[in-house]
Design a protein around this ligand. Structure first.
Ligand SMILES: C[S@@+](CC[C@H](N)C(=O)[O-])C[C@H]1O[C@@H](n2cnc3c(N)ncnc32)[C@H](O)[C@@H]1O
Length: 275
């Protein structure tokens, strides 16, 4: 007998641990709201009905529902789709579906229905449980239904979400499919300010690359130097120290976003980290 949530194509990926927590992705939601409000609001052409997809929402639908509430402050009609590869987690979430909010069994090959498209995908704390060589194929598969201009936010955080890191991948018209727009390192400072805390939750494509010669290793070495050099700013508080270190890092030639609003919020945005 087929499962009640059977989908026409086999979900790609594997079931992993489903741990999540209330408000775990709150900082990330606020970041997305401020980083690209236009993407959430867009209603032109195919964007009129384009979805926000939360891929791998975990044992409970909490984070999907919380994000739906936050994003709908900008776009009350935003369609939201929670995708899980574990059928039991779909069963647990379906009672929370409602107008504009659905939960479906699926994998990296998104379980979209005819006529559906995607503006934003979040895959958080999903790829950390995969092997590094599975990352690029997963990104590629997730790009399938995403409209050009759409965004994939893929990353990892601590159990409460106090420290988080995310790849921002922008869907382009053709060719490479995704452009690596930024690596974002975020904190609410509840765990203090220590680059090692970010290193521990780097996305899968970086976490095994903390070795000399790798750009991410050089970046962290430079950031640590910038943090040490600006340590007198600590007297003014961790946020001021974080900002001072980021400005120093920018002065070293790193393409980090130095807008005070980002730095005050504890967001270090390393733009085009591959170049
Ligand atoms: C640790 S939970 C993350 C929950 C939530 N996103 C969070 O950050 O708190 C990871 C979830 O991703 C699901 N998952 C793993 N691979 C998947 C895939 N290819 N497609 C859909 N869900 C997947 C797992 O079944 C698991 O429930």
């Amino acid at each position: 007998m087929s499962h009640p949530y059977a989908v026409p194509q086999k979900p790609q990926g594997q079931v992993t641990r489903g741990k999540t927590a209330r408000n775990r992705l709150r900082q990330l939601d606020v970041f997305v709201l401020r980083y690209d409000p236009g993407l959430l609001r867009r209603r032109d052409g195919d964007f009129a009905n384009a979805l926000f997809v939360d891929l791998g929402y975990g044992a409970e639908a909490t984070t999907t529902l919380e994000s739906a509430g936050r994003f709908r402050r900008l776009n009350p009609g935003l369609g939201v789709l929670g995708v899980e590869i574990d059928p039991e987690r779909v069963t647990a979430a379906v009672p929370y579906a409602g107008p504009g909010t659905a939960f479906r069994l699926g994998g990296f090959n998104l379980p979209l229905r005819p006529g559906e498209s995607v503006r934003l995908i979040r895959a958080f704390n999903v790829l950390r449980q995969y092997d590094e060589q599975q990352v690029l194929p997963a990104w590629k598969q997730m790009g399938g239904g995403v409209l050009p201009g759409g965004l994939l936010v893929e990353g990892t955080c601590t159990p409460t979400g106090a420290v988080w890191t995310a790849n921002l991948l922008r869907r382009v018209e053709s060719g490479t499919l995704w452009e690596q727009e930024a690596l974002v390192l975020g904190t609410n400072f509840r765990l203090g300010f220590d680059p090692l805390a970010f290193q521990a939750v780097l996305p899968k494509n970086y976490i095994h690359r903390m070795v000399p010669g790798e750009p991410v290793h050089e970046f962290f070495a430079a950031w640590k130097a910038a943090i040490a050099e600006t340590s007198p700013a600590r007297a003014w508080g961790l946020r001021q120290w974080f900002a001072a270190a980021a400005l120093r890092l920018a002065g070293m030639g790193y393409r980090v976003n130095t807008r005070p609003a980002w730095l005050r919020r504890g967001c270090l945005i390393w733009e085009r980290p591959r170049e």
